[in-house]
Design a protein around this ligand. Structure first.
Ligand code: MN
Length: 288
């Protein structure tokens, strides 16, 4: 059985731009080996926004050396980037952006959500790339809710949306550089599910909503972060009142992690080069 190593409560929050009230459940400034290949988990909201005229969010900024994964539960986000990609995603949709060799993008609430206001709730993950993949061309996978396979769990326990990683014969939606699972698990009230991730993977579990108990022992509340041991594959999750959980698991990337703001590389020299390249305009610009 896979057991829990530690459960951490969410820290205090901060704002990313004026659109994203986040709590960083972990970041590359912590114990990166324990969470690799994941680098960061920003738990945004839930937060109620009043109707407004101008979209809130964060304007043009760079990324290099990793991927950002935005998972929307409530609200809408409109993205545009220096490769010309862009679009609006809403509840159930996921944007998987490869910053790779360098990208500039902006992230705002959609025009429609801004005008009507309402509850905003999402997660943004940063996923590391191996040194050999950090020079990959920037790319963008728009994974709409209808494109994400849903697997029904036995005994009416709930469902799993396979954002990345397979479950049985069902393939996850995202193309990833290294093996990983990003599962959006909904537990029905009273539901108990047996889930499994390879023992060699790092495995993390975060309730986005509701509470769930792992192996009948550890109860996780909203925005808690559970980090598992590497002592087995299977574990159980139970929820009395129902819950929505993000299960993250992946093969660790055993390389140095050197991060500075929106850049995550392997060495300080590569960070200095990234800053130089960005300041020289080599990451491109967002077209109007
Ligand atoms: Mn960004």
């Amino acid at each position: 059985m896979k057991t829990i190593l530690t459960v951490k409560s969410a820290p205090g929050g901060h704002w990313v731009g004026d659109g994203f009230p986040v709590r960083s459940l972990f970041s590359y400034q912590g114990d990166t080996a324990a969470v690799s290949p994941f680098l960061l988990f920003d738990f945004a909201g839930p937060h109620d926004f009043a109707p407004a005229a101008a979209p809130r969010g964060v304007g043009a900024h760079p990324h290099k050396g990793f991927e950002t994964v935005s998972i929307i539960l409530e609200g809408e986000v409109t993205h545009g980037d220096s490769t010309g990609n862009g679009g609006t995603i809403g509840p159930g949709d996921v944007q998987w952006m490869t910053a790779g060799n360098g990208i500039v993008h902006q992230e705002f609430h959609s025009e429609a959500f801004t005008r009507r206001g309402g509850r905003f709730h999402m997660a943004q993950l940063w996923v590391n790339l191996k040194a050999s993949d950090k020079a990959a061309p920037p790319a963008y996978q728009s994974l709409l809710a209808r494109d994400i396979p849903v697997v029904t769990l036995p005994d009416g326990a709930g469902t799993v949306r396979l954002i990345a990683g397979d479950l049985g014969a069902v393939k996850g939606a995202a193309k990833t550089f290294t093996p990983m699972m990003v599962w959006d698990v909904t537990l029905a009230p009273g539901g108990t599910a047996s889930l499994a991730t390879p023992a060699a993977y790092n495995t993390l579990l975060v309730p986005m909503a509701g509470e769930a108990t792992v192996n009948g022992a550890d109860t996780l509340r909203q925005a808690d972060l559970a980090i598992f041991n590497h002592d087995g594959d299977d574990f159980t999750v139970t929820s009395v009142a129902g819950a929505r959980l993000l299960l993250l698991a992946g093969e660790p990337i055993a390389e140095p992690v050197v991060g500075y703001g929106p850049f995550v590389m392997n060495t300080q020299a590569e960070i200095r080069q990234a800053i130089t390249d960005y300041n020289a305009g080599r990451f491109g610009v967002i077209a109007d």
